[in-house]
Design a binder for this molecule. Structure first.
Ligand SMILES: [Zn+2]
Length: 355
């Protein structure tokens, strides 16, 4: 008995050690975007503004530079952020304003001490956050397994209120990190980590140019749909004083019926030889990548008790589409669905490219 316990303990400890060896904590976290922001606003508090060279230095720290490059943030949007930073921090009071860029800056100013505290919290809890991120994410991956052992670098910034993942790592606003972590640790990091770790049956498949648009679309709704199941539940469960709930209810859910109807029309066009581009589908999804209609589709599948089937096939965009439509078609009055012609076309694509 005692030997068994020692062996189990040894295996547990050695696997922890292995994991620690693989995770270089210092190189996995980058806070340069947030720290440089605090330097920038300190300059405003002293001088009432900041110089052009201070702004350029701010944009050029690694966390900001990569975030801007990887997300193709346009220059005029950065100028808009700059103007709003000066406007908000130079102001004596906390004016409210409907402009989203202004609202984000106002939140940064109002909650300055909270975000500074959160930065400290992240620095002191890197390992716990990584472990929590892995544990949450694997629940949404086929066989509950990571695709690979390599962990992305995590960059925290203060430029916006968003998160993204790509080949360079995960980029998260400290504002969004705080709002998520105060509800469930690593919540937003897990959403982004899911994108990186999700296997994709089409990764090494050559897609004919005429099919590239629709394949992008099918993959995008699966990718954002399931990723939204990772993090949105706790965010919607409370009445927090911010606008995510509004966005999900009004946009993700509110627009999903129309978007599914338009998507259906575009698929029927494909059956008639009119092939649409990735951009056409991006527009049809209202610039949401795949959140609309992916969130509503994944939510219905989950609510109907089929999440296990959805997750086991998280590598397969055709299965996701077919699974959703089978459920929605059972109650066509209540749920938006794709018609038989569209369904048949997706099944043909599955035969051509699927597993
Ligand atoms: Zn996402």
């Amino acid at each position: 008995m005692k030997i068994t316990i020692i062996i189990i303990l040894f295996i547990t400890l050695s696997s922890c050690n292995n994991r620690r060896d693989k995770i270089n904590r210092q190189s996995n976290f980058d806070y340069s975007g947030v720290e440089s922001y605090f330097r920038l606003i300190e300059s405003i508090s002293v001088n009432g503004t900041f110089s052009e060279s201070e702004w350029i230095d701010f944009l050029n720290v690694e966390g900001n530079r990569l975030y801007i490059e990887e997300n193709n943030i346009p220059e005029d949007y950065l100028d808009n952020i700059k103007e709003n930073i000066i406007k908000v921090y130079a102001s004596k009071n906390f004016d409210d304003n409907e402009d989203i860029v202004y609202k984000i800056r106002n939140s940064f100013r109002k909650n300055d001490s909270i975000y500074r505290e959160h930065l400290k919290f992240l620095k002191n809890n890197e390992q716990i956050l990584l472990d929590s991120m892995i544990a949450r994410t694997i629940k949404f991956l086929p066989d509950h397994r990571l695709l690979n052992d390599s962990l992305p670098k995590l960059y925290y910034h203060a430029l916006d209120h968003d998160g993204s993942a790509n080949g360079k790592g995960i980029f998260i606003s400290i504002m969004a990190a705080h709002q998520n972590n105060s509800r469930r640790l690593s919540n937003f990091e897990s959403h982004e980590f899911f994108h990186i770790q999700r296997p994709d049956i089409l990764e090494h498949v050559k897609i004919d140019s005429i099919d590239q648009g629709i394949i992008w679309a099918l993959n995008a709704i699966l990718d954002e749909g399931i990723a939204d199941m990772v993090d949105k539940d706790v965010m919607l469960a409370d009445n927090s004083d911010w606008w995510l709930k509004e966005m999900v209810n009004d946009f993700y859910v509110g627009k999903s019926k129309d978007v599914i109807s338009n998507f259906n029309t575009l698929i029927i066009d494909e059956t008639n030889g009119k092939h649409h581009s990735e951009n056409d589908y991006r527009e049809a999804f209202l610039g949401s990548v795949g959140h609309v209609p992916g969130y509503s589709m994944a939510k219905l599948i989950t609510d109907k008790g089929k999440s296990r089937e959805m997750i086991d096939n998280a590598d397969d965009p055709f299965s996701f589409f077919i699974l959703y439509n089978d459920i929605a078609s059972e109650n066509p009055e209540e749920y938006p669905h794709y018609d038989n012609v569209a369904m048949q076309y997706v099944k043909e694509l599955a035969n051509k490219y699927g597993k």
